[in-house]
Design a binder for this molecule. Structure first.
Ligand code: ZN
Length: 347
């Protein structure tokens, strides 16, 4: 390795943070077992084993820069791969999505990146570095999935997050809209192995990173919320251990070791209401620190928007991701209701 290359591979996260809006150049190295490591940009690392399987795996973090636990997990897995301590048998793409937002210790710099995918980065006549980065990330995912020939390739994308607020259900995943395709037991089981027993089913297209991979590449893709936001070094890594272990197994083993499917172990919720903030004068009718998955009863006032009341429409309607301060037109609150796992179309 020359000097620059060793800077890249010695501490991939640090080099990424030092090149926060991207790096116009390419680095590669080969491990002793023939695994090829290629860096397409800052925060963009492709790992290609000498022998190709039928799986392509994308693991992304830092779509929101202050969500540090997933960044620490990816950092450690990446460095272990480089040090030849972590085997990888499937093609894997690691993405540290928004390094500039890591550097400022915030969710985003100018704009929430997880609303910028599926082309949303080019709408509205606005340009900013986050939009440019989102457009590039789309291209990297596309290149990664399409680089290997074959129609029967199995594609995965786990986009790792932590939530701003406490949650009554600590770990949960968003299952993006599948356009009517059945949900997959093996994916629910993999999420459970990651410690994620709660899954929200989106019922419409979104502009999230995970939906992009579902919709454009037929991937099994999820937004995975692994716990609560804390600063670097303050995460209780024990509470993320199951997720890290499962991700390490995912890339290292032909198939993850999964138990038999038991519907009782999965808590599935379907969208009830998506409440977008349409007026400056928007208020949530509960305290700022109310936990995700707090339940309201039918008729309870959830919010007022431009003076108009918005009520819970169901008993046990749970709130998620409340944020009264979002930009106009964006989602200020999602509500969900539990659905029996048995009622889903599962394959
Ligand atoms: Zn997030």
């Amino acid at each position: 390795m020359n000097t620059t290359q060793s800077t890249v591979f010695n501490d991939f996260l640090q080099w990424t943070r030092d090149n926060e809006w991207g790096y116009n150049g390419h680095f590669e190295t080969r491990l002793s077992d023939g695994t090829q490591l290629t860096v397409w940009d800052s925060g963009v690392l492709v790992v290609e084993p000498a022998k190709t399987t039928d799986k392509d795996i994308v693991i992304s973090c830092a779509v929101h820069g202050n969500e540090t636990a997933p960044i620490e997990i990816c950092r450690d897995i990446i460095q272990d791969i480089i040090a030849e301590k972590q085997p990888v048998i499937h093609r894997t793409l690691f993405l540290i999505a928004n390094p500039a937002s890591i550097n400022v210790g915030r969710r985003f710099v100018e704009e929430n990146m997880n609303r910028l995918f599926s082309g949303a980065h080019s709408e509205g006549g606005i340009s900013n570095p986050e939009r440019e980065r989102a457009a590039k990330l789309e291209q990297y995912v596309k290149r990664f999935y399409q680089q290997v020939e074959g129609t029967n390739r199995r594609r995965y994308h786990y986009d790792l997050h932590t939530a701003i607020r406490d949650s009554k259900r600590e770990k949960f995943a968003v299952y993006p809209f599948t356009h009517g395709k059945p949900y997959k037991k093996d994916q629910l089981l993999f999420l459970l192995a990651c410690g994620v027993d709660t899954v929200l089913l989106n019922k419409a297209a979104t502009t999230t990173f995970s939906y992009f991979s579902v919709n454009e590449f037929g991937a099994d893709a999820f937004t995975v919320e692994l716990g609560k936001v804390r600063p670097f070094g303050e995460n209780n890594r024990d509470s993320f251990a199951a997720a890290e272990r499962s991700l390490r197994q995912l890339i290292a083993q032909p198939e993850p070791q999964l138990p038999n499917f038991d519907p009782q172990q999965h808590f599935i919720f379907a969208e009830a209401q998506t409440i977008n903030r349409m007026n400056q004068d928007f208020e949530l009718n509960f305290a700022d620190d109310v936990a995700n998955f707090t339940a309201f009863e039918k008729g309870d006032l959830l919010a007022t928007d431009g003076g108009e009341p918005i009520y819970a429409q169901h008993d046990a309607e749970h709130i998620i991701f409340p944020n009264a301060k979002v930009a106009l037109g964006q989602r200020a609150l999602l509500t969900v209701v539990r659905v029996p796992t048995d009622s889903l179309e599962l394959v």
